[in-house]
Ligand binder design. Structure first.
Ligand SMILES: [Fe+2]
Ligand SMILES: [Fe+2]
Length: 243
């Protein structure tokens, strides 16, 4: 059976769903979530804080767009190209939406941002994992690329869902965040469906091991990322003054 025909329905792909954290991991996830909610509320107290949040989203969307262009598109087989192009168009639209929102808050947003230091370290560790696992799959690097993409989209979904939950639906940034959240949820489904098609049944165990390692890298940055965000919240949140 070819990858294009797909392997759907012949293997256990439960690893594609975010795992339920248990024990210490669950405690850490709750702690990270609480710190980030506090940081979000704090950052929304000032225009500088809100601009920082939008710049973080812009940098994330920009990095996703570049990854699709530089890593996914060149190695995609012809039958996947249209899907990757559509995904790329969505991420480019997100870049434009966040840049527009930044301009509305008085920030030019014309300088393309690099991901912060922590995100760059995380991306480098994910890239090393991808190369280590590429030989485990018939479709080579395409599988780790989609597995990393899935985890990144699930992370974006988690981050935006938390942000929407913290905001009042009447907040001026709510429609933008809710719209991008809906797209990221669609991207999660797209990555899951693609992995079901490109991973052979005999490779499902290796995919589960790869996803476990990718998520462990993500979790290892959780507390430090949350504390960095809280620090920014305290530095920029002010005392309710809009600056
Ligand atoms: Fe996006
Ligand atoms: Fe996305």
């Amino acid at each position: 059976m070819s990858a294009e025909q797909g392997w759907v329905g012949t293997a256990d792909f439960s690893c594609l769903n975010p795992p339920r954290a248990r024990g210490l991991g669950a405690l850490q996830a709750r702690l990270v979530d609480r710190i980030k909610r506090a940081a979000l509320r704090r950052l929304h107290l000032s225009s500088r804080g809100e601009r920082l949040l939008l710049r973080m989203y812009l940098a994330g969307e920009d990095a996703t767009e570049r990854t699709l262009l530089d890593e996914l598109l060149p190695q995609s087989p012809p039958w996947l190209e249209r899907q990757v192009q559509q995904h790329l168009a969505d991420e480019q639209r997100h870049v434009n939406l966040f840049a527009e929102a930044l301009r509305a808050l008085g920030d030019e947003g014309s300088v393309r941002l690099e991901p912060d230091w922590l995100s760059r370290r995380k991306i480098r560790r994910w890239q090393r994992l991808a190369h280590r696992y590429a030989g485990s799959f018939e479709q080579g690097l395409l599988v780790p690329a989609y597995a990393t993409g899935l985890c990144a989209e699930q992370m974006a979904e988690r981050v935006l869902r938390r942000h929407c939950a913290v905001l009042d639906p009447g907040h001026r940034l709510y429609p933008l965040l809710a719209r991008v959240l809906a797209d990221e949820q669609a991207h999660v489904r797209l990555c899951q469906n693609t992995l079901r098609r490109i991973v052979a049944p005999g490779e499902a165990g290796r995919l589960a091991a790869l996803l476990k390692e990718i998520r462990a890298v993500d979790a290892s940055f959780g507390v430090s990322g949350a504390l960095a965000m809280l620090g920014a919240g305290w530095a920029l949140g002010g005392v309710g003054r809009r600056r």
